[in-house]
Design a protein around this ligand. Structure first.
Ligand code: GLN
Length: 196
């Protein structure tokens, strides 16, 4: 299916996600007329089939979602949402940080900076049962973890510190950054899940 793929472009890894989606579309040869574009306003969102919320600084993205009048439109959005790192924080129902106004779209509690200072950045090979082709080389940068996953949330991967990849309905949320590097299997999985 041809689709409009929006990337929330308020702050963070926006161009990296756009490039990853373009590569994913090329690799799967699906949706040859699909478009990938930046979303900054409710009008932009209204044109989207699916949305990505990138990594970045979740307190800043949260503030800008409110400021740009996007909070309710994103909550009402009918397509799937692909949320990475800071995006995962925003998708939660509960986040223990008063600066975050969570969207509450995935039934989970997220700890924003679960790895603390010592392990601010690291990489790990994650076995993901639903991904063919071997473990996913994941890059973690000041990564959050899911500390509680509700019954509608499926865990895709976990580390000692907690859950780092989840899905619920059409949505996927990851603690790490699949948009860095050229492995587009998670972008492809998200598009497929949404019929694209
Ligand atoms: N933990 C960071 C935050 O809550 C997210 C880091 C990231 O997106 N790389 O903003």
């Amino acid at each position: 299916m041809d689709a409009n793929i929006g990337v929330l472009a308020l702050q963070g890894n926006v161009s990296e996600h756009i490039d990853a989606f373009l590569l994913a579309l090329e690799r799967t040869r699906h949706g040859s007329a699909s478009e990938v574009f930046e979303v900054r306003s409710p009008a932009d969102l209204a044109d989207c089939t699916v949305l990505a919320i990138p990594g970045g600084e979740s307190t800043t993205i949260s503030r800008l979602i409110d400021k740009n009048g996007l909070y309710e439109p994103i909550r009402q959005f009918r397509g799937g949402i692909f949320a990475t790192c800071a995006g995962m924080v925003l998708m939660a129902t509960e986040v223990a940080d008063p600066r975050i106004h969570p969207l509450g779209l995935m039934d989970m509690t997220v700890d924003r900076n679960a790895f603390g200072r010592q392990k601010e950045s690291f990489e790990a090979d994650l076995p993901i049962a639903s991904l063919e082709g071997g473990p996913f080389h994941a890059i973690f940068i000041r990564a959050p973890v899911v500390t509680r996953a509700g019954s509608r949330v499926t865990t895709l991967a976990r580390l000692e510190q907690g859950i780092v990849a989840v899905e619920q309905g059409k949505n996927i949320a990851l603690s790490f950054h699949p948009e860095l590097g050229d492995d587009t299997r998670f972008h492809e999985m998200f598009l497929k899940k949404n019929g694209i």
